[in-house]
Write a protein that binds this ligand. Structure first.
Ligand code: SF4
Length: 213
């Protein structure tokens, strides 16, 4: 039974890859990019579950999902769980796979070769707060989108273009059990801070992870 530290799962998400996707956020990241908007995923050892349990959760929605996006946290810090999850996803008949990593692309070469055929596209390199953000799917323009399969080329090449102004979007998702709301997607610099301030002014409890770009 392969252990996995999990932050959350959402379906459907529409802002991190093509179509209606399953989003899986790994818990734990030691990279600690200044300005990261996912600081809640940094702590290791939280959200312990198993890959089998995650696949049981995903199974009912696989046929409705166009693809899977794995983010975090740093998925490659749980390489065994990542590989098991990807194999399970494909056993279930799941669609394309996009994986985010804060590691440099060069440092992922060995891991990606071991996962050959299981990932269609990867977005690599750390988030850099001082670098502009104009390209789709990336938090900062230094991050590289690499297609790894024929399907990846077909589905993700279009994302190399700059994101047109007015086409930025975030998914808003609610946790029915806790009442929490999550925003999914790539916010513009300062968006999270502005949103938290607006919600607080309206009398809601709101917290934003650090984003002082
Ligand atoms: S941006 Fe990604 S890699 Fe960087 S600290 Fe945040 S979760 Fe980790």
């Amino acid at each position: 039974m392969t252990a996995l530290a999990l932050s959350r799962i959402h379906f459907p998400i529409t802002t991190l890859g093509p179509g209606k996707r399953v989003g899986v956020w790994f818990q734990g990241c030691s990279i600690r990019c200044p300005g990261c908007v996912s600081m809640d995923t940094w702590a290791a050892g939280k959200g312990m579950t198993t890959v089998a349990d995650v696949l049981d959760t995903l199974a009912p929605v696989v046929s409705s999902a166009d693809g899977l996006t794995i983010s975090g946290g740093e998925p490659f810090e749980q390489s065994e769980a990542l590989a098991a999850l990807l194999r399970g996803w494909h056993r279930l008949g799941g669609g394309d796979v996009l994986v985010y990593s804060g590691r440099a692309l060069e440092d992922l070469a060995r891991a990606l070769s071991e996962l050959d055929g299981l990932i269609d596209a990867v977005i690599a390199d750390p988030f850099l707060r001082a670098v502009p953000q104009t390209v789709a799917l990336r938090g900062s323009d230094n991050q590289r989108l690499v297609t790894l399969t024929t399907r990846g080329v077909e589905l993700f090449s279009a994302y190399e273009a700059p994101l047109p102004v007015g086409e930025r979007a975030l998914d808003v998702l609610f946790d029915d059990n806790t009442g929490d709301a999550f925003l999914v997607g790539i916010p513009r610099p300062g968006d999270m801070v502005k949103l938290a301030a607006a919600l607080k002014a309206a009398g809601h409890s709101a917290a934003a992870t650090e984003d002082v770009r």
